[in-house]
Design a protein around this ligand. Structure first.
Ligand code: C5P
Length: 295
């Protein structure tokens, strides 16, 4: 099928666990993370350009429209690697908060890789797209597949998992942007005293045990971001006080999420948070692998 225009969903992810095992000689950290996609998503529209140019527009004006943008970088890499004559105009409809710990930029890049594979007729597999994604950022390979996975290495090695127990996810982002390199830079690996039990989380997912999943939530970057931004702690406390079953910061933050099984609790937590922060989203986990192409 030859497309001239294609739209791809770019869902946000949350970390159910994030453990750091060691600092690597290349400056990255060796991690172990359980991640899952949720139904808060950007949309990336791709329109074929016969003049070979790569251009980008975004619904949020503060998002860069050049090589600093991961989606732009993805298009440039694909064009160079496969010597594509055509170009593309990218339009990003931004719904995922930026610099939030939700992998919005990485997911836009992954959606661009998936979309251009179709638009430019490249015939690449998802594994090949994920490998290219690793050149853009550590979270991009996970976002190529979506669903639920254990990510290791610097985050680019993906082992697929089944869907966790169905539940509601309430996301709240305080009005601050967090720099991932700053958070990793402030982490002292030898002093980590809150390593999550990744094995137990894997078991919770395999058995779809909601309460075990809530007990197994853990993120070693949380204490670093909490010390830099005390508002994050206030949001966590508010979620717990409003009856959340499990609460954790996602990625390097500052977004915090609450897991809830009963719908009645969702409204209570949402209302409590809305009095405090503007960016609050009620979403569902997407569960298994997705990667939906819209048109
Ligand atoms: O891979 P990505 O470009 O998204 O990473 C951004 C920054 O986060 C890296 O430059 C590094 O400082 C930090 N990081 C890390 N270990 C990882 C992933 C990211 O130290 N596994």
């Amino acid at each position: 099928m030859n497309y001239v225009r294609i739209s791809v969903k770019a869902p946000a992810k949350i970390n159910l666990t994030l453990d750091v095992l060691a600092k690597r000689p290349d400056g990255y950290h060796e991690v172990e993370m359980v991640m899952t996609t949720v139904d808060l998503a950007d949309r990336v529209d791709m329109t074929l350009r016969e003049d070979g140019e790569i251009t980008l527009d975004c619904s949020a004006s503060f998002v860069p429209d050049d090589i600093r943008n991961h989606a732009y970088k993805a298009a440039t890499l694909m064009k160079e690697k496969f010597q594509v004559r055509q170009g593309v105009h990218l339009y990003i409809d931004k719904q995922i908060p930026v610099a939030a710990g939700l992998a919005g930029g990485s997911s836009d890049a992954a959606a661009t890789l998936r979309g251009l594979n179709q638009l430019w007729n490249l015939g690449l597999t998802k594994d090949e797209l994920a490998k290219i994604g690793a050149e853009i950022g550590s979270d991009v390979p996970f976002c190529v597949y979506g669903g639920t996975a254990l990510a290791t290495g610097r985050g680019e090695q993906i082992a697929h998992l089944g869907a966790p127990a169905p539940c509601w996810v309430i996301l709240a982002k305080p009005p601050i942007g967090v720099s991932t390199p700053d958070v990793y830079g402030n982490l002292r690996v030898a002093q980590i005293d809150n390593h999550p039990d990744t094995k137990q989380m894997l078991q919770a997912i395999a058995t779809q045990d909601f309460s075990l999943m809530c007990q197994s939530l853990g993120n070693v970057l949380e204490n670093v971001t909490l010390s830099l931004h005390p508002q994050v702690r206030q949001i966590k406390d508010l979620m717990i006080a409003s009856g959340a079953d499990g609460v954790l910061m996602s990625g390097s933050g500052p977004t915090v999420f609450a897991l809830v099984q009963k719908e009645a609790k969702v409204h209570r937590i949402y209302n409590a948070l809305r009095g405090f922060v503007k960016d609050v989203f009620v979403v569902r986990m997407l569960g298994a692998q997705d990667g939906e192409i819209l048109a």
